[in-house]
Design a protein around this ligand. Structure first.
Ligand SMILES: [Zn+2]
Ligand SMILES: [Zn+2]
Length: 370
């Protein structure tokens, strides 16, 4: 983590700009960007597209392919349960969806999978990027297609923010993803959304590694999720980073709550505060109540500081292990946020809402400066 990626660098904050007018002489005043704390949920909706180039792939294939399992029913069931939970508490979320999940099916052309898509060349994956794409249909291969779920999310109440997580989960912040690849990925997502009458505004970078913000801006995106400022992210060793993450969750350390910054390319960056960890591997040793305590502390911090507590997870991959327990934990978190909202202490916003709010504030900043 911590890589700036392409164009992932210079940022300015509306809040800081406004504060700068009076900040001189060390007064340090920062105009509050939000009248209340904010609770944001963003979901990386990707099924197998997020893991086919990583060791996690085998784990998910084993889980979903197990004897007696029904991957279609399980994945669709989780999405419907999530939509029902959000409806119960009137909470809107950002569903950053891999573009390939907008498809009901796909097929090879002259023996080539997706010949229209230029390929990313990531050093850790020597095969063709689409090698595992089954080129069949959602019914036959439910872990690679999701048009049925995209339509359900779009039809759900309250109205969710359907965003993008690239077309095929190429890593924007890696040198193996050229501008040409990023452009084709984003353009394809915008086209597929447009066919459904949808304008994409929110983007979540695969593996949370930012890059090619100018491409996002050109295609009309207003906001992207920022990298996590986690203390353990600075460890070079992956093992240490993981151990740090587990300790952080186990001890329910209060998460960072930030304010959005505007990139030099004009895209708002909304930093993430907490990833809701799944209950498999070493993470199953973290009790569900630690996750709830951590998130609750984050919500209260956002209320106190009038900042954003931004919770994120992968709907199907993070909730497929010990599903009932995970849903109970998630419901406690969402219920806490909803209660604080009903008391007037908190607002629930999607990533697109955050960008719209910041644009309005930026207008106010400009007016004040005039
Ligand atoms: Zn395909
Ligand atoms: Zn992802």
């Amino acid at each position: 983590m911590g890589r700036a990626g392409n164009n992932g660098g210079a940022v300015s904050a509306c809040a800081a700009d406004a504060g700068a007018k009076t900040a001189g002489a060390g007064s340090g005043r920062r105009a509050p960007s939000f009248e209340r704390g904010v609770f944001t949920v963003s979901l990386d909706f990707e099924l197998m597209w997020g893991s086919f180039d990583s060791p996690k792939f085998e784990k998910f294939l084993a889980h979903f392919g197990r004897a007696g399992g029904d991957a279609y029913a399980e994945t669709r069931g989780i999405v419907e349960r999530l939509l029902a939970l959000f409806r119960r508490y009137d909470v809107r979320a950002t569903w950053a969806t891999v573009g390939h999940l907008f498809l009901e099916r796909c097929e090879e052309r002259a023996g080539v999978k997706h010949p229209e898509m230029p390929r990313a060349r990531h050093t850790w994956f020597a095969r063709d990027w689409y090698e595992f794409d089954p080129c069949r249909s959602a019914r036959e291969e439910p872990l690679w297609y999701g048009r049925d779920m995209v339509l359900k999310i779009l039809a759900a109440e309250p109205r969710h923010d359907l965003g993008s997580h690239s077309f095929s989960h190429v890593i924007f912040g890696d040198a193996g993803c050229t501008r040409e690849v990023a452009e084709a990925e984003v353009r394809r997502c915008v086209e597929l959304a447009g066919e459904l009458g949808l304008k994409l505004e929110s983007f979540v970078f695969p593996r949370n590694r930012p890059g090619h913000l100018d491409v996002l801006r050109e295609h009309g995106f207003s906001v992207a999720r920022g990298e996590a400022p986690f203390w353990f992210a600075k460890f070079r060793s992956r093992t240490l980073r993981r151990a740090g993450h587990v300790m952080d969750d186990l001890l329910a350390v209060t998460p960072d709550c930030g304010l959005p910054l505007k990139s030099a390319d004009g895209v708002w960056i909304a930093p993430v505060s907490m990833f809701l960890q799944s209950m498999d591997g070493a993470r199953r040793l973290i009790p569900a109540r630690s996750r709830v305590r951590k998130a609750t502390k984050g919500i209260e911090r956002a209320v106190r500081e009038k900042t954003i507590f931004h919770l994120s997870f992968h709907p199907t991959e993070n909730l497929c292990f010990r599903t009932d327990e995970m849903f109970r934990a998630l419901e406690e978190i969402v219920a806490h946020a909803a209660r604080r909202r009903d008391e007037g202490a908190l607002e629930v916003m999607t990533m697109a809402d955050i960008a719209a709010h910041c644009e309005r504030r930026a207008g106010v900043c400009a007016d004040e400066a005039a």
